[in-house]
Design a protein around this ligand. Structure first.
Ligand code: FES
Ligand SMILES: [Fe+2]
Length: 421
C-alpha cells in the first residue's frame, strides 16, 4: 500500500468518512483490478439489442480489460478476453461488427465465434522444418472465455466462478426498476463517449448523490426536472452497492421551492427556453418520474432524465482518468415522433449535456483537489445522517454514497482491516 493500512485506514465503520487515498493510491487501484473487476461481481458489457443477429459483436470492458461480446452463429451470447492466445496481441480491432471468426493480425491465428482456436498457420512447419510441437493441442489454446449472463437485455460478464447468479446479484429491489424500463424491446439511438480526468469512483459517487443534483445543475432546478422539493426516494439492495434514486413531480409546493433556494442562484425564474419544444415530448411513462438514476455495483449506471433513457458504463483508464460510455436508448415500437422527441432531449445528457456537462467538471475538480491532500485525509459523507445505511424518503442525503463505500470496502478487504484491529 502507498499508505499504511492500519486500523485507522477506514476510519468510520458507517462509511461516513472516506480516505482520499481511494482516489489517489496506485496500489489500491491495482487491487481493484483483482478484487473488483476480476472478483465475484457482474460487470456490465453491452445490450442484447447491440448483438441481436448471429455474428454481431461489440468490444466492451471489464475494468481496463477489453472483452469481446459475441452472438454466435448458433444464437448464443459468449464473451472472451480480447487478447490472442498466441502472444497476447489485441485480437479484434473494431468497436463493433459482424464476424463468425476472428483472425489475429500478428501471425494469423484464427479463432471461432466461441473463442476456440481453429487454425495456426505453418503448424507443421515449412519444408518439413520448424512448426509447432507434435503434441500441440489446439483445443487447449482457445481465448480466455468469460462467464456471461443477461437480465432483460442487459448483458453482464464475470471472470469469477464465485459470482452468484445475475438474477440474485441484482436482487428484488433493483430488478423492478430494470423491469420498468426494459418492459419492451429497446433500440440504440446512439452513443456518447467522453473522457473525464478523474478517478472512476468519483463518477459513482456523483450518480449516487442526489444532494448535488439540486445545487450543481441549474438546468435541473430551473426547468423542474429535478428539485429536492419533489417527492424522492433512495433505495439500496442488501449489499448497499446498488442503488436507485427516484424523483417524481408530485406534491411539490412552490413555497418549499422558494425557501429552499432563497439566496442560491440556481433556481432562475427569469430564465426561459427559446425553443420550448425541448419539453414538448410525450413521456413514455405516466408515473410522473422525472429522474431515475440506478447504479449497479461496481460501475454501471442506468438512468432516466426527463424522457431520456441511457446506460452509462464507467470504464477506468488508469488512476486519474475514465471513459464514460453512454448508450442512448429508445424503444423498438417508438414512432417517428417519439424518436424525434428522444433525440431532442438527448441534449440534456452526454458530454455537453445541459445537465451532465457539470458532472464531468465536478469530477475534475474533486480529483484536482484530492491530489493535493494527504492520502489519509478524509471526505465527510454525512448528509442524511450517520450510522445505519438505510433507504430514505428524501433527496437531501448522501446515504447511497455511503452504501457504495461499504460495498467497496468489503469487496476490497479494507473494512476487514478495521475489524481485525
Ligand atoms: S499474437 Fe496473435 S497470432 Fe501471434
Ligand atoms: Fe449530476
Amino acid at each position: 500500500m502507498g499508505i499504511e493500512m492500519t486500523s485507522n485506514f477506514w476510519p468510520a465503520e458507517d462509511s461516513s468518512r472516506i480516505p482520499y487515498a481511494v482516489f489517489t493510491d496506485p496500489e489500491l487501484y491495482a487491487r481493484e483490478s483483482k478484487r473488483l473487476f476480476a472478483g465475484p461481481h457482474w460487470n456490465y458489457l453491452c445490450l442484447d439489442a447491440e448483438i441481436r443477429d448471429p455474428g454481431q459483436y461489440v468490444v466492451s470492458y471489464i475494468g481496463e480489460r477489453q472483452v469481446v461480446v459475441q452472438r454466435t452463429e448458433d444464437g448464443d451470447v459468449v464473451a472472451f478476453l480480447n487478447s490472442c492466445a498466441h502472444r497476447g496481441a489485441q485480437l479484434v480491432r473494431r468497436m463493433r461488427g459482424t464476424a463468425t471468426s476472428h483472425t489475429c493480425a500478428y501471425h494469423q491465428w484464427c479463432f471461432s465465434d466461441r473463442g476456440d482456436l481453429l487454425g495456426v498457420p505453418q503448424q507443421r512447419g515449412v519444408k518439413g522444418q520448424g512448426g509447432m510441437p507434435k503434441d500441440f493441442d489446439k483445443s487447449k489454446h482457445g481465448l480466455r472465455r468469460i462467464r456471461v449472463e443477461s437480465y432483460k437485455g442487459l448483458v453482464f460478464g464475470t471472470f469469477s466462478d464465485e459470482t452468484p447468479p445475475l438474477y440474485d446479484y441484482l436482487g428484488p429491489k433493483i430488478r423492478p426498476e430494470i423491469d420498468r424500463i426494459f418492459d419492451r424491446p429497446v433500440k440504440v439511438l446512439g452513443y456518447y463517449r467522453q473522457v473525464i480526468p478523474a478517478n472512476w469512483k468519483l463518477y459513482l459517487e456523483n450518480v449516487k448523490d442526489p444532494y448535488h443534483a439540486g445545487l450543481l445543475h441549474l438546468f435541473h432546478v430551473t426547468f423542474g426536472i429535478y428539485r429536492p422539493t419533489m417527492s424522492g426516494r433512495v433505495t439500496m439492495d442488501e449489499s448497499k452497492g446498488h442503488s436507485v434514486l427516484r424523483t417524481a413531480d408530485i406534491d411539490e409546493e412552490q413555497a418549499d421551492v422558494n425557501s429552499t433556494y432563497a439566496g442560491i442562484d440556481k433556481y432562475r425564474t427569469d430564465y426561459s427556453l427559446r425553443d420550448p419544444s425541448l419539453f414538448d415530448v410525450k413521456p413514455d411513462y405516466d408515473d410522473k418520474v422525472t429522474n431515475m438514476i440506478m447504479t449497479i455495483f461496481p460501475n454501471l449506471m442506468l438512468g432516466q432524465v426527463a424522457n431520456t433513457f441511457q446506460t452509462r458504463h464507467v470504464r477506468p483508464k488508469g488512476l486519474n482518468e475514465f471513459e464514460l460510455y453512454w448508450t442512448y436508448l429508445g424503444f423498438e415500437d417508438d414512432d417517428a415522433e417519439a424518436t424525434e422527441g428522444k433525440l431532442r432531449q438527448s441534449n440534456f445528457v452526454g458530454p455537453a449535456g445541459y445537465i451532465s456537462l457539470e458532472d464531468g467538471e465536478a469530477g475534475r475538480l474533486v480529483q484536482s483537489g484530492v491530489n493535493r491532500r494527504e492520502p489519509d485525509n478524509c471526505s465527510t459523507v454525512q448528509m442524511g445522517g450517520r450510522g445505519a445505511i438505510e433507504d430514505q424518503d428524501t433527496l437531501a442525503t448522501e446515504v447511497a454514497v455511503r452504501g457504495f463505500w461499504k460495498c467497496y470496502s468489503e469487496a476490497m478487504g479494507l473494512a476487514r482491516a478495521q475489524e481485525q484491529a
